[in-house]
Design a protein around this ligand. Structure first.
Ligand SMILES: Nc1ncnc2c1ncn2[C@@H]1O[C@H](COP(=O)(O)OP(=O)(O)OP(=O)(O)O)[C@@H](O)[C@H]1O
Length: 264
């Protein structure tokens, strides 16, 4: 299913944060949304998973306006892995994962044997099956992140949006999560801070600066020394990965005033 952010403007408390953002995420592709702190990535994503209504512009799924859909239809279409975890505190891992089926059960009711198998499979795929009976409060940050990915997977969405999904994850689980979403039969829009992970997993990369699109294209086209200097305010060397040929960003520590003058 194609996703298109079409001339999207999003405001918070009357302040426009996202400016005229047009971005295509073709069906089955992985598009990374990058940018400095405060550049509007989360705000744009919130409009895509219907947490924040656009001021103007539209979110189109196969050409249909996501915000005009019935809430349940939208929830069957788009799943989100966000930074907001606090609503799950009273539940076990298995219960949280099962909540992903909620949009498919308009009147509540028990999960079918197939759905229970789907939940078990998702927990195994993200390596949390052994935690099924644990309460959410007892989980580490990375374990919780993987549980919420399992919940998003059992939702069987056509579009998956993820806000810094590798936060809290150790290296092995970062790579596992990204290869899992790349292999999934789903359209993915993902906010990432790690440029090398983005280069490894994304078909295309979009860079936000001050809420507007600064660059979009393949990792090769976008991850250039010039862009990193202009948008992120860092000097970097870009080299090809010895096995994949994808760009890899080599960074050195700045010599002076590291936090000053970082462009937004
Ligand atoms: N209620 C508000 N009113 C005005 N500005 C706000 C409000 N809430 C957030 N902002 C600002 O909106 C900007 C964009 O925030 P957003 O969380 O979308 O950025 P981000 O690119 O996801 O940042 P990060 O990389 O730090 O997660 C920030 O500068 C933030 O301070």
């Amino acid at each position: 299913m194609d996703l298109r952010l079409d001339g999207l403007n999003v405001a918070l408390d009357g302040v426009r944060i996202v400016h005229d953002l047009t971005l295509d995420v073709p069906s089955g592709s992985v598009v990374g949304l990058l940018g400095p702190n405060g550049s509007g990535k989360t705000t744009a994503l919130r409009a895509v998973y219907r947490a924040l209504s656009p001021e103007s512009g539209a979110i189109l799924v196969d050409g249909a306006d996501l915000w005009a859909m019935h809430r349940r239809d939208a929830a069957r279409t788009v799943a989100a892995l966000t930074q907001q975890h606090h609503t799950y505190l009273d539940f076990t891992v298995a219960e949280i994962v099962a909540m992903g089926r909620h949009p498919h059960h308009p009147r509540g009711g028990r999960l079918s044997p197939d759905e229970l198998a789907l939940c078990r499979d998702a927990m195994a795929r993200v390596d949390v099956a052994h935690l099924a009976d644990r309460g959410a409060l007892t989980l580490s940050g990375g374990e919780m992140q993987r549980v919420l990915l399992a919940r998003a997977l059992v939702q069987e969405p056509r579009i998956l949006v993820l806000d810094e999904p590798t936060n809290h994850l150790d290296l092995r689980h970062q790579l596992g999560l990204l290869s899992l979403i790349a292999a999934a039969d789903v359209t993915v829009l993902v906010v990432l801070h790690d440029l090398n992970l983005a280069a490894a997993v994304c078909d295309r990369i979009a860079v936000l600066q001050g809420g507007a699109l600064a660059a979009v294209g393949t990792p090769h086209e976008v991850l250039t020394a010039e862009l990193l200097r202009e948008v992120f305010g860092v000097d970097a060397e870009i080299v090809p990965h010895p096995h994949t040929g994808r760009p890899q960003v080599l960074l050195g520590l700045p010599t002076s005033s590291p936090m000053e003058g970082i462009p937004k």
